[in-house]
Ligand binder design. Structure first.
Ligand SMILES: *Cc1c(COP(=O)(O)O)cnc(C)c1O
Length: 364
């Protein structure tokens, strides 16, 4: 049998690892920050109706400019944005890849701040863009001074900021994003996959878009919108950025079925987002209850919590799996990450963890 090493693949891909969150069938899946609440049934029926209608013209290529979808996404975001400010693709991962294809590539670099979303460095590698690691402040924060110092030190072409950051849940102040923008002439990409879970009233980087044509803010329907399986992510920016992404996208990259499903779901935004507040309650419950079990959670503005004080993360991960609860071990020493689930899922996780006996903290 042939192994990967026998094939004449690109030298810069040799030895790399693919994205690898384990996919297991378990009762309580809290490992990839999905919305654990399903799509409401009446919304599902309306989506199916609109997808069925799209199938009647499926012999034709879809609207390459996905104009209606861009109008609806602009309407959903508000902030005075219009269709010209919006780009979309099959998940924000594809948007990120297109951004790197257009603004990165061989001979260019992107500055990221680990620990952060693993796909950012994987997509950098896949597009031949050098991934440069910046240093965070205490508590995984990034101050305006720190972001400027790291840009001065590494001179990147693109800066990636994940706000709130996956896997730590840490928010990024708007002052940090604005300072990064002013510190160099490159592109600033803010991944706001978890924006809807931020504290109410916390401003989005969307508010910084006016007069900042090198700023891009990406969002996804995968998390708050409970639409991970549909693969829809999008980006808000100056219209010129969309023109850059048109140079690298595949023609007709968003299928007619995807467009129809996303447009239908956006017509029910209030219902689709109905569970966000409840998930935030469970997220806050995790932060409140983990210390009592001997663990130390980091403050989270997203739908998951990273907690420290785990003596042997793999052993605890396995213990939880044995109790039908799947969480994420990201290889950060003495930590695990858990998504906020429904109330009963969160209860099941806390109950299983309390039997794990794996906390470093003094627990008697
Ligand atoms: C989950 C996640 C995404 C979502 O990616 P999609 O391709 O839209 O499903 C993007 N960015 C971050 C930081 C994430 O955690």
């Amino acid at each position: 049998m042939t192994s990967l090493d026998d094939l004449p693949i690109r030298d810069d891909l040799r030895g790399r690892e693919p994205y690898g969150a384990p996919q297991r069938t378990v009762k309580v899946a809290l490992n990839v920050n999905e919305n654990s609440h399903g799509v409401p049934e009446d919304v599902a029926h309306d989506i199916v109706r609109q997808v069925a209608e799209a199938i009647l013209t499926i012999h034709r290529y879809p609207d390459r400019e996905f104009t209606v979808l861009r109008e609806r996404l602009a309407g959903y975001l508000g902030h005075g944005l219009s269709a010209a400010n919006i780009w979309a693709a099959n998940g924000s991962n594809e948007v990120t890849q297109q951004v790197l294809q257009a603004f990165g590539g061989p001979g260019r670099s992107v500055l990221g701040f680990p620990p952060t979303y693993s796909m950012h460095s994987i997509l950098a590698g896949a597009t031949g863009t050098e991934w440069v690691e910046g240093r965070r402040d205490e508590g995984f924060r990034i101050s305006p001074e720190t972001v400027v110092a790291e840009i001065d030190r590494t001179r990147p072409d693109i800066v990636f900021l994940c706000a709130p950051n996956n896997p730590t849940g840490t928010g990024v102040p708007l002052e940090t994003i604005a300072a990064a923008y002013d510190a160099f002439d490159g592109m600033v990409f803010v991944d706001e996959a978890y924006a809807e879970f931020m504290p109410s009233g916390a401003p989005s980087a969307l508010t910084l878009l006016p007069d900042r044509p090198r700023l891009m803010v990406s969002r996804t329907m995968s998390k708050a919108f409970a639409f991970a399986g549909a693969r829809v992510g999008y980006l808000a920016s100056d219209p010129a950025v969309a023109d850059a992404l048109r140079l690298v996208r595949l023609p007709y990259h968003l299928s007619a079925l995807t467009q129809a499903a996303a447009i239908a779901a956006l017509g029910h935004a209030d219902e689709m987002l109905g569970m966000v507040e409840e998930i935030k309650v469970q997220r806050d419950r995790l932060m409140a209850e983990l210390p009592g079990l001997g663990y130390s959670p980091w403050p989270s503005e997203a739908n998951f919590v990273l907690f420290g004080g785990v003596a042997d993360p793999h052993a605890t991960w396995q213990h939880l799996l044995d109790h039908d609860v799947l969480v994420r071990d990201l290889g950060i020493p003495n930590t695990l990450r858990v998504s906020a689930g429904t109330e009963s899922e969160t209860t099941a996780f806390l109950a299983a963890l309390s039997g794990a006996d794996g906390a470093l903290g003094a627990r008697s």
